[in-house]
Design a protein around this ligand. Structure first.
Ligand code: F6P
Length: 360
């Protein structure tokens, strides 16, 4: 009988509980014992690993439909977190402690549900997991993990952000004004682009695509309506300006005589009941993660590729790289961009008459 662990690390998103629940069910069906580690790697730095055996009594099915992580993700502000250890140069000490704690758990395998930061850190410090199998499941609202076409939490975030914009649209109309909505997403514009199209935004600015403020203003002035949504991804930059990109764009619009307000949906994008497509992705990724354990795989991540869930090596995920910004242009030019000029949704947005920047 195998003994496996689950841990959620990095920022939370809706869908984590779905993954945890389905891993628990699938593992129990295989006759394995499942343990949830609380607070991500923080839960492993204490003398005794902070973990609990998961059964349906502890984690009922209803939990699998809601946001947050039953296991919590750790406290970024605390001194004992992985990120702080990296910053303060105490990484060796920290990894030693993690390895020691993990040895106490006597786990055969660990499933780490994390974003690109956690996954690359896990690969860099892979020795910690050398005595067990390590399987990662990609989660993030940012959709910035290479080699997978979907991450857990993205669809729910799109739904949350779209609803936020839908709610604003009527008040925008009532006051003949524009709302500059700033989405999350770090350096990846996929969330802004997808929700922007779904919400019928008039303009969508994302880090990957260069834009021209004058063209944006012209576009808004020539629009059919005098109200609507201008979606700005948080990774967007404007040369010579610092501060929130939505605020910078809003000031430019105001200076051009366009009535507008900013709106920041913030962590609402990580909240909300998990949408069905995220629940289904969670079920599929949990199954593939458990199969990977059966097949003795290690240092792999589950991934959606061409409509199939498979596993890819963590080395490949990490070497695929991260988006990089070019500070010399408005917007960001990105290497390894998640949204490139040929992105079908970007092309569709352009065809719909949405201002998406200067792609040509
Ligand atoms: O990576 C997920 C994310 O929600 C980003 O989109 C956002 O920039 C960041 O995390 C917010 O982090 P925090 O929860 O620390 O404010």
């Amino acid at each position: 009988m195998k003994k496996i662990g689950i841990m959620t690390t990095g920022g939370d998103c809706s869908g984590l509980n779905s993954v945890i629940y389905h891993i628990m069910c699938g593992a129990n069906k295989r006759g394995w014992k499942v343990y949830g580690i609380f607070d991500g790697t923080d839960g492993l730095v204490s003398d005794k690993p902070n973990m609990i055996q998961l059964t349906k009594d502890v984690l009922p099915q209803e939990y699998s439909f809601v946001a947050g992580s039953f296991l919590r993700n750790g406290n970024n502000g605390q001194n004992n977190c992985f990120e702080k250890a990296v910053q303060s140069g105490k990484i060796t000490q920290f990894t030693k402690q993690l390895k020691k704690s993990l040895a106490q758990t006597k786990l055969d395998a660990l499933i780490l549900i994390g974003g690109n930061g956690s996954i690359s850190l896990a690969w860099k410090t892979r020795d910690i997991y050398s005595d067990m199998q390590l399987i990662c499941i990609p989660k993030t609202i940012d959709m910035d993990i290479p080699l997978t076409e979907k991450t857990i939490g993205f669809d729910t975030a799109v739904s949350q952000l779209t609803r936020f914009c839908d709610d604003l649209m009527l008040t925008a109309r009532s006051h003949h004004r524009w709302f500059v909505v700033q989405s999350m997403g770090r350096k990846c514009g996929m969330l802004a682009l997808t929700a922007g199209v779904a919400a019928g935004a008039s303009a969508i600015l994302i880090p990957e695509i260069k834009f021209d403020v004058d063209k944006l203003i012209e576009h808004i002035k020539n629009a059919d309506t005098d109200y609507g949504i201008i979606m700005v991804s948080e990774g967007v930059s404007l040369r010579g300006h610092s501060g929130e990109p939505a605020t910078m764009i809003s000031r430019k619009l105001t200076a051009a005589g366009i009535a507008n307000r900013t709106a920041f949906p913030e962590h609402i994008q990580r909240a909300g009941n998990t949408v069905p497509t995220d629940r289904i992705l969670a079920t599929q990724m949990a199954t593939v993660a458990l199969d990977a354990i059966t097949n003795n795989e290690t240092y792999v991540m589950t991934a959606l590729q061409h409509d199939e869930i498979t596993t890819v090596g963590l080395d490949k995920v990490v070497s695929a790289g991260k988006p990089e910004r070019d500070p010399n242009i408005d917007g960001l030019m990105i290497s390894n961009a998640m949204v490139d000029d040929d992105n079908p949704l970007l092309i569709a947005a352009d065809n719909m008459g949405i201002y998406i920047g200067e792609t040509k």
